[in-house]
Write a protein that binds this ligand. Structure first.
Ligand SMILES: Nc1nc2c(c(=O)[nH]1)N[C@H]1C(S)=C(S)[C@@H](COP(=O)(O)OP(=O)(O)OC[C@H]3O[C@@H](n4cnc5c(N)ncnc54)[C@H](O)[C@@H]3O)O[C@H]1N2
Ligand code: MOO
Length: 660
């Protein structure tokens, strides 16, 4: 290390992000003052892959005459004139009402048909027409084929019910879907698949879209090679992983056009300067990795400052990983290039691209408020507002699933797997050893947990502690359910029900079949699918054996325990319900209350009964409910809709592939 090389002060992450946004805003205001507008025109006939995910910089308007551009039939049938029918109702001896002048198929251009007079001396004209075909001028009604009788030679047609003939019926008039000159797609709209379709319908020749931000990525270091090529024994050489990671990560942001700047040695200042020089010509933003800390070969900062006269805004950040991250702006040919010189460790470079570079790219792409002028007097306050309004990472409050030792020097952006929503909270677990060279720590990472510096009072973050977690990949949060756990598919499923009739006295056993029928009826509804009784049993033994009988058996989703006793003697029922509620896990209070209300509405006296609903711990995912015989219908139908969700909750843990 040379004598004069002194470490830069470490600034806090929030300050670093604000500096990045402020300098980005400065560049944008400068461009605005020079009238530079970052948009480009794309022909609407360009390949859709070129248009997909671009963002409109200008409204797309509907061309004349609107969509659809002609009056189109909604049905296969016959088009007629509503005015003619009234006069010539049922003139033909065979009951035919119209003669068929011609056929118009979708795709035909029926100019000949326009206003053509009826050729039959006696009957008005009709045209056979298909769905989507042009309704000939002067015709104003389509009668569906089902409403017509057609002669064998297809020359004549009888409209069976005159009431089906109404002006405008079964026709989409010109411009009814999109009226001429209306805004089809507003400025700022992302060209998603539906927007591509609407663009086609609009008839617009081209669109103005925001220019993607041009970002160059350069790897530095003498140790770098392209790959091991199945031979990792190159002493001292390692594959360059930063470029593939960063180029593809940037690509995934969607608002970036990447420029691969290749690899550069770290012992040749002139070569590196040359490469960065040509990059500043074409790139808005440059990311370099490696060569930015304290070693003799860490030359990147020298090149950026000494060779290009760059302005250094910060040279170190108080964070782990990513401490040596450096941010420089380089004025070049009338514009300013934003340069992020990131550490070479793969994790550091990746985390800092997410944390520091992404907000800069989003700001460059999304643009700044229209009213900002960048004039000298207001510049500072305008930049303040740019920083305040800029968008940063989506974030949630994560709950730690286990203890983590805190770093005693730097706040840590700890790579975690977000385990999804459970009871409304986000549980996170560490991806393991967090060394910034250990790319494996990013493999299953979907978030960065922001941990504070540890001290003697709080050396560890503890299980259950809450910290902000920055989400790295939104889609990972929405775990895909399996068919069996899907809310909408499960709704159609059968609910398998086991019934246990608990009798104080065996004479009640004969009620079993009728009770089962009532249970089946009360659980079947259009929304909750239908119930099938998979087992019916009578229990009249010692109550202490009841629970094991209930859980022993089949693959029921729901075990319904029905208590039957003589009217007015409810003590037995209470014994049953209190015994079961002790054995069940997560007794569902809200459901039980609903059930009890339902019971009461069937039979007011049984309201005294303590309805029970809960999960049987021994039967994974099954629920058990205990109800009195008199109110079983009301009780079950009251919880029918909720049972489906309760069962899904019991089973539908978010699916995760990578459990440690
Ligand atoms: N005396 C000090 N030494 C170091 C300090 C310090 O403060 N004082 N900081 C350490 C920290 S923290 C980090 S992070 C690294 C960052 O170093 P550089 O940015 O200079 O990066 P390099 O030394 O070039 O590389 C670091 C590491 O990463 C490997 N690497 C580099 N590029 C790639 C690539 N494209 N693909 C895969 N791996 C790459 C390189 O071989 C090194 O192992 O500095 C500490 N040192
Ligand atoms: O800051 Mo460095 O990125 O810890 O390893």
């Amino acid at each position: 290390m040379s004598e004069e090389k002194k470490p830069h002060p470490m600034i806090p992450v929030p300050e670093a992000i604000k500096i990045v946004l402020r300098e980005t805003g400065r560049v944008m205001l400068d461009q605005r003052s020079r009238g530079i507008h970052q948009s480009e025109s794309i022909s609407s006939t360009a390949p859709w892959s070129k248009i997909l995910n671009t963002v409109l910089d200008k409204d797309v308007l509907m061309t004349e005459p609107g969509y659809p551009p002609y009056n189109a039939s909604i049905m296969d049938g016959y088009c007629v004139r509503s005015s003619e029918f009234k006069i010539t109702d049922q003139v033909d001896g065979n009951g035919f009402t119209h003669h068929v002048a011609d056929n118009v198929y979708a795709g035909d251009h029926p100019t000949a048909a326009e206003g053509s007079p009826s050729e039959s001396p006696t009957l008005p004209a009709a045209y056979y027409i298909t769905t989507g075909a042009v309704v000939p001028d002067t015709f104003d009604c389509v009668v569906p084929i089902e409403e017509c009788r057609v002669s064998d030679d297809k020359q004549f047609v009888q409209v069976l019910n005159s009431a089906t003939i109404q002006g405008g019926k079964w026709i989409r008039p010109i411009g009814c879907d999109i009226s001429a000159n209306s805004v089809v797609l507003p400025q700022g709209h992302c060209m998603d698949p539906v927007a591509l379709g609407l663009l086609k319908q609009s008839g617009a020749e081209s669109i103005e879209v925001k220019k993607r931000v041009k970002v160059g990525v350069l790897s530095t270091g003498n140790e770098l090679i392209l790959g091991f090529n199945a031979d990792p024994s190159h002493t001292g050489k390692i594959p360059d992983v930063n470029r593939p990671i960063l180029l593809s990560l940037l690509e995934s942001f969607g608002n970036v056009e990447c420029v691969d700047l290749g690899m550069e040695r770290d012992d040749d200042v002139a070569a590196m300067a040359k490469r960065i020089d040509s990059a500043t010509e074409i790139c808005d933003v440059i990311i370099t990795t490696g060569g930015i800390s304290m070693g003799d070969t860490d030359i990147v900062e020298n090149v950026l400052i000494d060779h290009f006269g760059g302005n250094l805004h910060f040279g170190r950040i108080h964070m782990k990983p990513g401490k040596p991250s450096t941010f420089v702006t380089i004025p070049k040919s009338g514009k300013t290039c934003l340069v992020f010189a990131l550490p070479g460790n793969p994790v550091s470079g990746t985390v800092c691209t997410e944390l520091l570079v992404k907000p800069c790219l989003d700001l460059l792409y999304d643009g700044i408020a229209d009213g900002l002028s960048g004039s000298k007097d207001s510049l500072d306050s305008e930049l303040d507002s740019v920083v305040r309004d800029a968008q940063v990472h989506p974030e949630l409050l994560g709950i730690l699933s286990h203890d983590i030792k805190l770093d005693s020097v730097r706040p840590e952006y700890h790579r975690v797997t977000i385990d999804g929503l459970e009871n409304g909270s986000i549980n996170v677990r560490s991806t393991g050893v967090q060394r910034s060279s250990r790319l494996m720590s990013l493999r299953d990472a979907t978030g960065l947990l922001v941990l504070p510096v540890g001290n003697t009072t709080k050396p560890k973050a503890l299980k259950g502690d809450r910290y902000p977690v920055l989400i790295m990949n939104n889609s990972s949060l929405f775990a895909q359910p399996q068919v069996k756990n899907s809310l909408h598919l499960f709704a159609k499923k059968q609910m398998k029900v086991a019934v246990v009739l608990v009798c104080k006295d065996s004479s009640f056993a004969q009620k079993l079949d009728s009770v089962c029928d009532r249970i089946k009826n009360s659980l079947s509804g259009s929304k909750s699918g239908h119930a099938v009784i998979v087992s019916k049993r009578v229990f009249d033994g010692d109550l202490k054996d009841l629970y094991s009988l209930c859980i022993d058996s089949n693959d029921a989703d729901l075990i319904v325990v029905v208590c039957v006793t003589s009217p007015g003697s409810y003590l037995f029922n209470l014994d049953v319900s209190s015994m079961l509620s002790k054995r069940l896990r997560k007794v569902a209070g809200a459901l039980a209350l609903q059930a009890r209300q339902g019971v009461a509405s069937s039979n007011s006296q049984s309201a005294i009964f303590e309805a029970v609903v809960g999960y049987a711990p021994e039967k994974q995912g099954a629920m058990m409910s205990c109800l009195p015989e008199e109110g079983v219908d009301g009780g079950l139908s009251n919880i029918r809709g909720l049972l489906k969700h309760a069962l899904n909750t019991a089973r539908g843990k978010p699916h995760n592939h990578h459990h440690k």
